[in-house]
Design a protein around this ligand. Structure first.
Ligand code: FCB
Length: 412
């Protein structure tokens, strides 16, 4: 049964970040990974959002958003097993109060890729007590913030976490093991379920779900039957399986959508990022395919759950391309709504330029530009465009896309 607190919650127009990518000064398994030289750049101070969140929230409200998705850093909240840091909890409570003061709905992510070192050292989500330990942390969070926050993502992108940490080994813990890749899914599922029940028993009206990275897989050669089969299998394993597993423990489906990738029988289950000569590419070398988002959203109708786009965005140094990206993806969402997809929110990734994991600081995803030397913030033209779209959509349903400005928009 589809449920949405409709009378009290308008369409969520938001921006998103995650703790390790913007806070600065973290001490988690990613920090250790960076210190061990596994990636070229360290997160370091990042965008100093931990200290500058007040200023940042002001900027977000200039963009006109009514929602903010951010993650809590478990390693700050529980730096040692069972010992909670009240300063960190107070920090997140004050920050959430500030989010509310700016008339934004908080959407809190409980796990966005990083772990406290003690938990990582004991095997992370392979710890035999992982679900209880994760549940204990989540309990502390809802005891502290539950009365302030109604929307929760338990785990961000379980499949990306699984593939990068246990398949390709590019992220911590850096394992390349088919066996672990296969086994980590059910572990993450158990943690999600535990978190879901903890939040719901504290706050039955909470909306709890996961954010799934959905990749639109295409056969590399559309005439190859094997490529088509490979694309179908990848779609099932990467996009669909976890959503099916959480049919009874998710109040909404969080969709993170960025791109299309290719399936070829020449490399079974390993996608090809883009076709040679594909253009334009983002600075992550991802192709741009808004029409595939429409298709994915329409396909999700069969789950009969509200959909929230918890991430969508582009890394580019060309802000005109970012503006086009936003317009095209929102148009795709509006088409999906016209075809019956119940989309209840859109969060642009990212509010601020930030630390893009193994890619470091080069990719610029922000609506707000960060100068990492001075920590000065500047709203990009795309932020003003986003504001215009939000203004044009107070109460509109489905999303109404205002005509594309002839010149880049630069005035509020
Ligand atoms: C998503 C992640 C997010 C960010 C974007 C670009 O997969 O959830 O942290 O890195 O990609």
């Amino acid at each position: 049964m589809m449920f949405w607190p409709q009378n009290t919650t308008p369409f969520l127009w938001g921006v998103a970040t995650s703790s390790h990518q913007v806070e600065g000064g973290n001490n988690n398994d990613w920090t250790q990974w960076e210190n061990a030289g596994k990636v070229t750049e360290k997160s370091g101070d990042s965008s100093l959002h931990y200290h500058k969140y007040r200023e940042d929230l002001q900027l977000f409200s200039q963009i006109g958003v009514n929602a903010y998705r951010y993650s809590l850093e478990w390693s700050r909240i529980e730096p040692k097993p069972g010992q909670f840091d009240h300063k960190a909890l107070d920090h997140y409570r004050e920050m959430t109060q500030d989010v509310l003061r700016h008339h934004m709905e908080p959407l809190i992510t409980l796990h966005h890729f990083t772990l406290p070192p003690w938990f990582a050292k004991q095997g992370g989500f392979f710890h035999p007590e992982a679900a209880n330990l994760f549940g204990r942390y989540v309990q502390k969070v809802v005891d502290t913030l539950g009365n302030l926050c109604r929307f929760y993502v338990t785990i961000n992108e379980p499949m990306v976490y699984a593939v990068m940490g246990y398949g390709t080994g590019q992220w911590p813990p850096g394992h390349k093991s088919l066996k672990e890749l296969w086994q980590i899914g059910p572990r993450l599922l158990a943690c999600h379920q535990e978190a879901y029940h903890r939040v719901k028993s504290q706050r039955p009206d909470a909306m709890v779900g996961l954010s799934h990275h959905l990749l639109a897989f295409s056969p590399y050669d559309t005439y190859s039957r094997l490529d088509r089969i490979n694309a179908r299998i990848m779609h099932y394993l990467f996009n669909e399986r976890f959503i099916q597993w959480t049919r009874s423990t998710a109040d909404f489906i969080g969709v993170n959508y960025y791109s299309q990738q290719y399936a070829s029988h020449r490399q079974f289950l390993v996608p090809i990022l883009h076709k040679p000569g594909a253009t334009p590419l983002t600075d992550m070398e991802w192709e741009i395919h808004p029409e595939r988002l429409e298709e994915l959203l329409v396909a999700l109708k069969s789950f009969d759950k509200p959909l929230i786009i918890t991430e969508n965005g582009i890394a580019t140094s060309d802000d005109a391309l970012r503006q086009q990206f936003i317009l095209d993806h929102l148009t795709a969402i509006s088409h999906a709504q016209n075809r019956g997809a119940i989309v209840r929110g859109y969060f642009y990734w990212s509010a601020l330029d930030n630390f893009e994991w193994a890619e470091g600081y080069r990719p610029r995803f922000g609506l707000i530009e960060v100068d990492y030397t001075t920590q000065n913030r500047t709203l990009r033209d795309s932020a003003y465009l986003y504001r215009r779209i939000i203004d044009a959509n107070q109460g509109h349903w489905p999303i109404n896309i205002p005509p594309k400005p002839e010149q880049p928009v630069s005035v509020l």
